[in-house]
Design a protein. Structure first.
Length: 201
């Protein structure tokens, strides 16, 4: 019987500690970005006593509303490498103009090193037709219909960087119209005329 109060006291201490931990976690605001781990690799550093192993992570982040970024992180442990890569990705976020919020405005080619990718706009219902690393980028940016083909290196780092190079060259009708000093409606009318001529041929 003498031990009962001590158990209750210890249990109360644990509950209070748990409450404090819960409160500390609740103070953090939920992130607007989702993150996807694309690739993780074990790396080795040769030192005097032998080889020191670590891990390298490639992470894609995005808000599924047109913003996306990627980051690379290295650490001795996997969770720390992923955290570093996620932080780096959030610092390198770019905005991608989307047509109707679901696909590209026009076909585009991207390249980085030996990685080459070709991205094509697609009609509604097509879905994401792309390989693993590119699929993670499109899902993070919020794209719903796209056809992508990798015609170069299958290295995930090169594929991701080539995909981002292609997305950087994506123009919206608004930016093109501003560059040409014409109205967006005029530009879209010309585009529809070209499309109809192509369909007739």
């Amino acid at each position: 019987m003498a031990h009962e109060p001590r158990r209750e006291r210890e249990g109360g201490d644990r509950e209070r500690r748990g409450d404090r931990r819960g409160d500390r976690g609740a103070d953090r605001e939920p992130s607007e970005f989702i993150d996807k781990l694309v690739h993780i690799n074990r790396v080795a550093k040769v030192v005097k006593g032998g080889r020191r192993f670590g891990f390298a992570a490639l992470v894609i982040v995005g808000d599924q509303k047109g913003r996306v970024g990627f980051g690379h992180g290295k650490a001795r442990e996997v969770p720390e490498a992923i955290r570093k890569a996620t932080d780096a990705a959030k610092r390198n976020v770019m905005r991608v103009p989307l047509r109707e919020g679901r696909t590209l405005h026009h076909d585009v080619f991207g390249r980085h090193g030996a990685g080459k990718v070709f991205l094509r706009a697609a009609p509604p219902g097509t879905g994401i037709i792309a390989g693993g690393p590119m699929r993670a980028v499109f899902e993070s940016v919020g794209m719903q219909d796209v056809v992508a083909k990798s015609i170069g290196s299958s290295n995930p780092y090169n594929m991701v960087r080539a995909t981002f190079d292609a997305l950087k060259h994506q123009d919206s009708p608004r930016s093109v119209a501003a560059r040409r000093s014409i109205k967006v409606s005029t530009l879209q009318a010309r585009r529809q005329g070209v499309d109809s001529e192509a369909a007739a041929d």
